[in-house]
Ligand binder design. Structure first.
Ligand code: 6SG
Length: 205
């Protein structure tokens, strides 16, 4: 089977959770990195369904939208719940992760210097919603889902933004601890290739 291919900028950004999930599932990923100069030529952008990256190829299936990619991989690799009820709950939690990720991206790209204090003040109001959902090591049911990988990736970013951000959230700390300890995820996080790419495209983190 040919490996999956992802085309993206040289940042973790919206590919981070996808890479973590693929690593944990023992899947190879071929990466095509696109620099600013090449992207600004516009040829690649014109071929992207919504004019944006990441682009993800699974054989002849071409996908855009990072959450659609996560769902696709969740379906393919048994990370989408044990039945349709769990799948719906996983969708709900992942949409919640997307809401927080959108706020984070807005902070990073639009108001880092003026808005960080207010962002961190409000952050517990978002994090407590996730904290309350954990009855096991995972957001939904007893198995890892794509929403867990997505939340884990976003929490790692927040620990860089503010190392104390999870201090009052034992369940979120547990997620970070347990996910970081999964051997294939640990190997990815420790790899030079992963460590050297910046989280975001503007140098802010
Ligand atoms: C930005 O927002 O890296 N894609 C981004 N930006 C380029 O022309 N809803 C979808 C999804 O979930 C959102 C996609 C996402 O998949 S990612 C994109 O394609 C555009 O709109 C964040 C990121 N930004 C870095 C960046 C892109 C262009 C300028 C700055 C770094 C420099 C040049 C290329 C890379 Fe750069």
């Amino acid at each position: 089977m040919p490996p999956y291919t992802a085309t993206y900028f040289p940042v973790k950004g919206r590919l981070g959770a996808i890479k973590i999930m693929l690593a944990d599932k023992g899947q190879e990923l071929k990466e095509v990195l696109v620099g600013m100069e090449e992207w600004q030529k516009g040829d690649l952008k014109a071929t992207c369904v919504f004019g944006q990256l990441p682009k993800f190829e699974d054989g002849d299936l071409v996908l855009f939208q990072s959450n659609a990619i996560l769902r696709h991989l969740g379906r393919n690799h048994g990370a989408y719940g044990k039945d349709s009820r769990e799948a719906s709950l996983i969708d709900m939690m992942n949409d919640g992760v997307e809401d927080l990720r959108s706020k984070y991206i807005k902070l990073i790209y639009q108001e880092y210097d003026t808005g960080k204090e207010a962002y961190l003040k409000d952050l517990p109001n978002s994090l407590c919603k996730f904290e309350k959902r954990f009855n096991s090591d995972f957001l939904v049911g007893n198995e890892v889902s794509f929403a867990d990988y997505n939340l884990f990736d976003l929490l790692l970013n927040h620990l860089v933004l503010c190392p104390k951000s999870l201090d009052n959230f034992p369940k979120l700390n547990n997620l970070v601890k347990k996910m970081s300890a999964r051997p294939k995820i640990r190997a990815l996080l420790d790899s030079e290739a992963f460590k050297k790419i910046p989280i975001n495209g503007n140098g802010k983190q």
